[in-house]
Design a protein around this ligand. Structure first.
Ligand SMILES: [Zn+2]
Length: 362
């Protein structure tokens, strides 16, 4: 096992990591949000703990409203144990940059008067270390398993592009996370006008072939990044299915084959998504949009017309049925309400609330 060596040459160099606390993906302190898994520089003693500053924010656990902690705050010692795992450079949030290549694993971080030195990278500023995250051997194994499957099907991806939780789940690999401006452009291109329509906009793209994503992610009513987590074996089963679908999809229009993935599991190990199905909490289930006949990246209902003015395309029963035929080979649970499909594919069951999406569990 790799041991992280920390120099004590500099007085402010002691590092710690925020541990899982409560049922939230972080804790509110002094009006700000301290995400789980963030890397902290320990300062002076304060009542009940130590003063800390955040060196690296675990950004997938950001709070939708509270800002990340910017200044030093007093934090209880119980939630800031010393760091004893290596650090991985995670891909930064959309629009942000990183000097350390995503996926770089650092085993030695030294503080100097001029900044930080890490595994042969000299003079790193605190800003350049902004996206580091401790990674345990079991987390590295989970991320490595997903990376191997992704690379097998779709080509290279770095370990830093596959996020992970503190309770054994990993994130759906989404190498193209759209910026706010790109999401606004996507909503515009799809003619999404109302808030309810706009929250259904695609926010992230998976692997692409000739500019067309094999799969995408949409966030829905939840805050971004809250709902893309699952057990590693669920993600690899999904990647297998996405690859098989991509090579067998019968549509002439490639865009119509894109798998549009919504909720997986919520980003807490203690409670399910307050807006979604409790089943997803087990990390084995996901929601998938119905396939459309027009290549639009918007939702469809099997029993309702599109809610946008002037759109004549919509639900494709043949494509959705072809996908479910394929999915039924490996999925344990499939819910969807089109009676033509449920009578043709016995594995697909009707359940209330599944007129506009497929619920799939491995
Ligand atoms: Zn579901």
């Amino acid at each position: 096992m790799i041991v992280l060596l920390l120099s004590t040459a500099h007085a402010d160099c002691a590092l710690a990591v925020t541990t899982p606390i409560g049922r939230e993906p972080g804790v509110e302190i002094a009006g700000g949000w301290l995400s789980r898994g963030s890397l902290l520089v320990l300062g002076e003693a304060c009542p009940g703990g130590r003063t800390v500053t955040v060196l690296s924010e675990s950004w997938h656990y950001r709070h939708p409203e509270l800002p990340p902690l910017k200044s030093a705050v007093c934090v209880p010692s119980a939630i800031t144990p010393p760091l004893d795992d290596p650090l991985i450079s995670q891909a930064p949030p959309p629009g942000a940059r990183t000097r350390l290549k995503p996926g770089t694993i650092l085993t030695e971080l030294t503080c100097t008067a001029d900044g930080y030195t890490a595994d042969g990278h000299p003079n790193l500023s605190a800003a350049e270390l902004a996206w580091l995250r401790p990674i345990s051997p079991s987390q590295e194994a989970a991320v490595g398993m997903v990376r191997q499957s992704y690379t097998h099907h779709f080509g290279p991806i770095s370990l830093g592009e596959i996020p992970f939780t503190d309770w054994g789940y990993v994130g759906l690999p989404l190498p193209r996370r759209l910026t706010d401006a790109e999401i606004a452009a996507e909503a515009d291109a799809e003619g999404l006008i109302t808030d309810t329509q706009q929250e259904k906009t695609t926010t992230d793209l998976g692997p692409q072939v000739d500019g067309v994503p094999i799969y995408t992610h949409f966030t829905g009513a939840d805050p971004r990044y809250t709902d893309l987590w699952a057990r590693p074996e669920t993600i690899t089963a999904l990647l297998d299915l996405a690859a098989a679908w991509s090579s067998t999809c019968p549509a002439k229009l490639t865009r119509a084959c894109t798998l549009q993935i919504g909720d997986l599991a919520w980003y807490s190990d203690r409670r399910p998504d307050p807006l979604g199905h409790a089943d997803h909490h087990q990390g084995t289930c996901m929601d998938i949009r119905l396939f459309r006949d027009d290549g639009s990246r918007y939702e469809a209902y099997y029993n309702q017309p599109d809610d946008r003015d002037g759109v004549t395309g919509g639900y494709s029963q043949p494509l959705t049925r072809a996908f479910l035929d394929l999915a039924a080979r490996t999925a344990r649970v499939l819910y969807f309400n089109d009676p033509v499909v449920t009578s043709a594919i016995p594995a697909v069951q009707a359940r209330r609330g599944h007129d506009d999406h497929i619920h799939l569990c491995f």
